[in-house]
Design a protein around this ligand. Structure first.
Ligand SMILES: [Zn+2]
Length: 740
């Protein structure tokens, strides 16, 4: 149970008695600064913070959690020091406004004001749930009567005091993006001199010469305690997390990406800048201990309650991309019939259905009766209907209603001028900047029309929805730097890089969130799949605006398992979609291995099952889909997840384990790789009670069912024997009634 409380006191000396863990170092006058004496405390079952309002700036004083001491912060939060009005740079003098500040059990807001120009800065902390991390945001309002420009304000900046020899470890996770890389989940020792920056945007892995993007999240643990803290960013624009250790200090910054500099954003009179919300949590029991709390928290705080209330979430889907762009009415109807027979729950039409890029109307040659007829057919077969749309891309179609790149209005929304001979790719065009109010309005109307006219239960967005950078000086974002600008073409579209790129993404992402928030309000129950050429938009901002993610754009079994292994460290498994594509399956065991590699989260089959699957494979798939719905789905939704092997490499064995402590049930997914001699492997299970006995049932009967003690399962492990390479087993685990 949480002890959620907030203390507002002017006697700041008093709390050192309350928090004996905090050393006297923290309250030496020089470090304390000119304390106004106002402190507050925010607490969940996992995370405790103490914050302090100095006269000129606020400070996160300590972060602590059970199983570890406190992390003392040596630095006040750096607040922006100047604004620009016209060509003039005006220094700011922030003053604490005690009367406007507020603190209660669930939130703390310290307010600072600048007299000239008149600005208000609100430094916010929230505990949205009684467990898990706390959230932090900084809001800057322009209360003056003039337009002004503000420089970079980070979301969170800290400098933990750490003992010089303290063994610290850093964990961060790449996006699955186009293809999961060879590493994916990174574990690095944070030794003296460690310097790291991880960046995220909506374009992960678009250029070979840039480092892989991270899911904007990082975890730091004390190796001796398996405890520490983690932080993440609830925003999809250009963000970064940086860490630097020097002797007794671990500095970090989390927020928008200041690179390329200089960042500036415009504030009209009355407008506000809101730093991306970050969350900060303490954890114990290692990265899986952190992940299992964070999964629940993401579901409760960021997730759509309507989605999670549906007991059929996550759904099983069949998608038309197995046949590429060749989808048509006949293919769709045939796939719907077979999907219904297999027990699939949604039919998803991928790219290829439309007249042209930007012209999001059904191609009359492929769909002579329109798309609503296909939706009706799916519904009559008991299936939901989903649709792929790349709705921010302009093409060259001249049909009424199409987003035509040559239309002067549309041209002014696009991120750069395109040459006269430009043509879109079959399903990719030129991105418009949603940060332009007219463009946003058009997009809002267009997605509303698509959802209504085509009777959608699910809308998937793809392509590059958010402008990468923008060449225009007349958009709401900052103008590009003409001397430091790069325009390049890749995948049939033009991209811009300049010092305004972060501000461009700040505006475009907020517009995208507005569009989806309204769509969700107007269509409760409508599902959103987040896709950006695969898993390039996997972050906590999209987690708050969509229902599930395409986690990679490579669909073979090992890539699916790698992307799942990585992403499931931070996001709920139910939100993690694997597309299962056609793969060589000479034996039925290989077929089950292929399916199960995508069955640990949200399963989307991307195969025309009519033509690709034999009767034996149909029967096997039917059984797998049935066990997914009855046994696996409840675990994927609610259970704890343990990464019980090294990251999958396709060569050695790998596996993931679910364990639901409420229902005392779980499952081990075991996958055998390609090493000829390795036909057995023992998985050391987690989360069980060593003093209890557990019934283990081998779904494929590769070993006899039996009862095993928790001590053995968590010690020697659960032995699996699989004679074939590229095969698998699912072992269901249930607590036996009798004590040991
Ligand atoms: Zn723009």
């Amino acid at each position: 149970m949480l002890a959620s409380s907030a203390i507002m006191t002017i006697r700041f000396w008093s709390w050192i008695h309350v928090f004996p863990l905090i050393s006297l170092f923290a309250i030496q006058p020089g470090i304390w600064g000119q304390a106004s004496g106002q402190t507050a405390r925010l607490e969940t079952a996992d995370t405790k913070i103490v914050v302090e309002a100095g006269a000129q700036g606020p400070r996160l004083t300590t972060l602590s959690g059970s199983g570890q001491g406190s992390w003392e912060n040596l630095a006040s939060e750096p607040l922006i020091e100047f604004v620009e009005i016209g060509d003039e740079k005006i220094p700011l003098h922030w003053q604490f406004d005690r009367d406007a500040s507020h603190s209660d059990e669930k939130s703390v807001s310290f307010v600072y004001e600048s007299a000239t120009p008149h600005l208000r800065l609100t430094w916010l902390w929230k505990a949205p749930q009684p467990y898990g991390p706390v959230e932090h945001q900084i809001r800057i309002e322009n209360l003056s009567s003039q337009e002004l420009w503000i420089p970079m304000q980070d979301s969170l900046d800290f400098n933990w005091k750490v003992a010089p020899q303290l063994p610290l470890q850093h964990l961060f996770v790449e996006k699955g993006a186009n293809t999961p890389s060879a590493v994916g989940t990174h574990e690095a020792a944070i030794t003296d001199g460690y310097r790291w920056t991880g960046a995220a945007s909506t374009y992960g892995d678009i250029r070979d010469d840039e480092p892989r993007e991270i899911i904007p999240w990082s975890l730091v643990q004390r190796q001796d305690l398996q405890a520490g803290w983690y932080a993440g960013i609830e925003f999809s624009g250009r963000t970064r997390i940086s860490l630097e250790r020097t002797k007794d200090s671990l500095r970090g910054a989390i927020g928008l990406n200041p690179d390329p500099a200089p960042f500036g954003t415009r504030l009209a009179p009355g407008e506000s800048f809101e730093s991306p919300i970050v969350f900060l949590g303490a954890f114990r029991d290692g990265p899986d201990g952190a992940g299992n709390v964070l999964h629940r928290w993401v579901r409760a705080v960021l997730g759509n309650p309507g989605t999670w209330h549906n007991p059929h979430y996550p759904l099983i889907v069949n998608n038309s991309w197995g046949g590429g762009m060749a989808v048509n009415e006949e293919v769709a109807r045939r796939m719907i019939r077979d999907a219904a027979d297999l027990g699939v729950e949604m039919f998803h039409v991928d790219a290829g259905w439309f007249r042209g890029v930007g012209d999001w109307y059904p191609n009359p040659e492929k769909f002579p009766n329109g798309l609503a007829a296909i939706a009706d057919d799916a519904h009559q077969h008991g299936l939901k209907f989903g649709l792929w749309v790349d709705w921010t891309q302009a093409g060259l179609s001249t049909h009424p209603g199409a987003l035509n790149a040559r239309d002067p209005k549309v041209r002014s929304w696009m991120v750069t001028d395109i040459p006269k001979d430009w043509e879109p790719e079959p399903f990719k065009g030129q991105t418009i900047d949603l940060g332009v109010p007219e463009a946003k309005q058009w997009a809002q109307k267009e997605v509303e029309r698509i959802v209504t006219d085509y009777r959608l239960d699910m809308l998937e967005h793809d392509g590059y929805l958010v402008a990468h950078g923008c060449d225009r000086a007349d958009h709401p974002h900052a103008a590009p730097d003409p001397l430091n600008k790069c325009v390049y073409k890749t995948w049939g579209a033009y991209f811009v890089d300049s010092s305004n790129s972060t501000d461009v993404s700040y505006h475009a992402v907020r517009a995208y969130y507005d569009i989806y928030s309204k769509l969700r309000r107007d269509h409760p129950g409508l599902l959103f799949e987040i896709c950006s050429d695969g898993g390039r938009m996997v972050d906590f901002g999209t987690a708050a605006h969509g229902d599930y993610f395409s986690i990679t754009d490579t669909y073979d079994p090992v890539s699916n398992r790698r992307a799942f292994h990585d992403t499931s460290h931070v996001l709920p498994a139910a939100m993690l979609e694997s597309y299962v594509e056609k793969w060589p399956t000479p034996h039925i065991e290989n077929f089950r291995y292929m399916l199960r590699s995508g069955m640990m989260g949200w399963l989307t089959i991307m195969i025309d099952t009519n033509t690709a699957w034999s009767p034996e494979q149909h029967a096997a798939a039917k059984r797998e889909i049935d066990v997914y719905k009855t046994e696996l789905r409840p675990l994927i939704r609610d259970a704890n997840l343990y990464h019980v092997s090294a990251r999958p490499d396709g060569v050695h064995w790998d596996g993931e384990q679910y364990w639901d402590p409420e229902r005392q049930r779980g499952v081990l997914y075991a996958f055998r790789g390609t090493v000829e001699r390795e036909d057995t492997h023992a998985f050391v299970l987690r989360g069980l009670d060593p003093s209890r006995r557990y019934r283990v049932k081998f779904f494929d009967h590769t070993s006899p069912d039996r009862t095993i003690s928790g001590r053995e399962l968590m010690g020697k492990g659960l032995k699996i024997k699989l004679p074939l390479q590229n095969s698998s087993e699912m072992v269901f685990i249930e607590r036996a009634q009798r004590r040991q």
